[in-house]
Design a protein around this ligand. Structure first.
Ligand SMILES: Cc1cc2nc3c(=O)[nH]c(=O)nc-3n(C[C@H](O)[C@H](O)[C@H](O)COP(=O)(O)OP(=O)(O)OC[C@H]3O[C@@H](n4cnc5c(N)ncnc54)[C@H](O)[C@@H]3O)c2cc1C
Length: 410
């Protein structure tokens, strides 16, 4: 069996590990545009601030590919898939044959067309190890940095360069930071915490145009900068799949076995749409654990076993300047809010199940809330009043507790 994987990040690694749990001998070839050993993408900001090194941010040890018996083709881009012939082609014309193919091409930064942007010489995105190294070099020992985007990637970039940059301004169209994962009330204390590090926000405002190294905002405000970082969102890399005739909406469409609309071609990770059980929507979820689990599911199925992945929920466990937060699910429903000093908790329930939560500061035992969402546990079967205040296993029925503890008597 010839397995070929396009991509070398979380989804690809999940797939390799999934295949090898089922098939110790099949040939696995990994092809990726990035030239590096597999690394943890979220760690690029920690590399910039010196909290990690290139060595420590490796997603798997140096001997991983050897132990998994994989052929690795790094720094090589796939340009075409021919599903009828079961071939794919690299940019230098090399043809690679497959029996089972995984597309795990991830996503790329979205760069909006803004007047004058082409004239900004020092402009960067923040998605890859190469991006981080280029930004680090440009920063040298300082410089005024303007970051477009107060989402997760923009703020992780701000954290990474906070000690090096002369100043950091962050602009976002939304009226709050981290708009896709925090509500206004939760965003405020996080913003204040980040501002204490000297980072300045311009929210509810957008860059209308650039005049050289000055950004002119919709409000008329002008911000001078030396270095621009564009972090306004990502787009799934779907072109290869679309051109091969695979069904694509915003992301590659997959079934619960991670199969695409064409036989023997699977897809996983940020390039796909996932079924979000909290909203019932199919959408791209740019999340590392989701990418890994989809990849692993694809790997099992590619190797002839049967596995499904249908429990995706948007979930983020992140921290900024030592303030930790975990968010999950969606926030449309009845809210329970608790504030205690710097800690913030919001639980959202609807139709008798937990739909989402935000925890800031005290994030202990978030797993209980996540499991309630993932399993869609009816809240009437647990002591929700107790769980609201203090998430703990005792709030579950004896049978549920035993299930959660893997059958142990409780
Ligand atoms: C700064 C930052 C912080 C983040 N923080 C978090 C976090 O806190 N929590 C979280 O859950 N997620 C976080 N993420 C998101 C997370 O990194 C992604 O969800 C995850 O990396 C997706 O993995 P993937 O395998 O689907 O794709 P990717 O990691 O995007 O990798 C795709 C791979 O495909 C290769 N490729 C693409 N096209 C081709 C082609 N044509 N030919 C060959 N190779 C190709 C690329 O070179 C790349 O190696 C963060 C991301 C960034 C950038």
């Amino acid at each position: 069996m010839k397995y070929v994987i396009i991509g070398n990040s979380a989804a690809a690694i999940g797939c390799i590990e999934g295949i090898r749990q089922q098939d110790k001998n099949g040939e696995i070839t990994v092809i990726a545009g990035e030239p590096h050993h597999t690394y943890s993408r979220p760690a690029i900001s920690y590399l910039l601030c010196g909290k990690t090194t290139e060595e420590r941010m490796k997603y798997r040890p140096d001997d991983f590919y050897q132990k998994m018996n994989c052929t690795v083709m790094l720094g090589r881009n796939v340009t075409r898939i021919e599903p009828e012939e079961k071939w794919l082609f690299l940019e230098d014309g090399t043809a690679v044959e497959y029996d089972k193919l995984l597309i795990a091409t991830g996503s790329r930064p979205f760069v909006p067309g803004i007047e004058g942007l082409e004239g900004v010489k020092e402009q960067y995105t923040f998605m890859s190890l190469d991006d981080a190294m280029a930004l680090d070099e440009a920063l040298g020992s300082g410089g005024r940095v303007l970051i477009m985007g107060a989402g997760l990637i923009g703020l992780k970039c701000a954290e990474g360069i906070a000690r090096k940059a002369g100043s950091i301004d962050v602009v976002d169209l939304a009226d709050r930071i981290l708009p896709s994962i925090l509500d206004a009330e939760a965003a405020r204390p996080v913003q204040e915490h980040i501002e204490k590090q000297g980072i300045q926000f311009h929210l509810g405002d957008g860059v209308q145009k650039f005049k050289g190294n000055t950004a002119v905002l919709s409000s008329g405000k002008e911000i001078g900068f030396d270095i621009l970082v564009v972090a306004v969102g990502v787009r799934p890399n779907v072109e290869l799949a679309r051109e091969a005739g695979i069904e694509v909406r915003k992301g590659i469409v997959t079934d619960e076995r991670c199969g695409t609309s064409l036989p023997d071609i699977y897809a996983a990770g940020d390039c796909t749409e996932s079924y979000d059980i909290t909203t019932g929507e199919h959408k791209p979820l740019a999340l590392l654990p989701n990418a890994y689990m989809q990849g692993e599911c694809a790997g099992f199925n590619m190797a002839g076993s049967s596995k499904t992945y249908d429990r995706a929920i948007p979930m983020n466990a992140i921290g900024f300047f030592d303030l930790h937060m975990i968010t999950a699910g969606s926030y449309d429903g009845e809210c329970f809010i608790r504030k205690n000093g710097g800690d913030y908790k919001m639980l959202v329930s609807k139709d008798g199940v937990l739909k989402g939560f935000i925890l800031i500061g005290d994030v202990a035992r978030a797993g209980i809330y996540t499991s309630l969402i993932r399993e869609q546990t009816p809240l009437e079967t647990v002591d929700y009043e107790l769980i609201k205040e203090k998430p703990q296993l005792m709030a579950f029925s004896r049978t549920e507790r035993a299930k959660k503890l893997g059958g142990a008597a409780v």
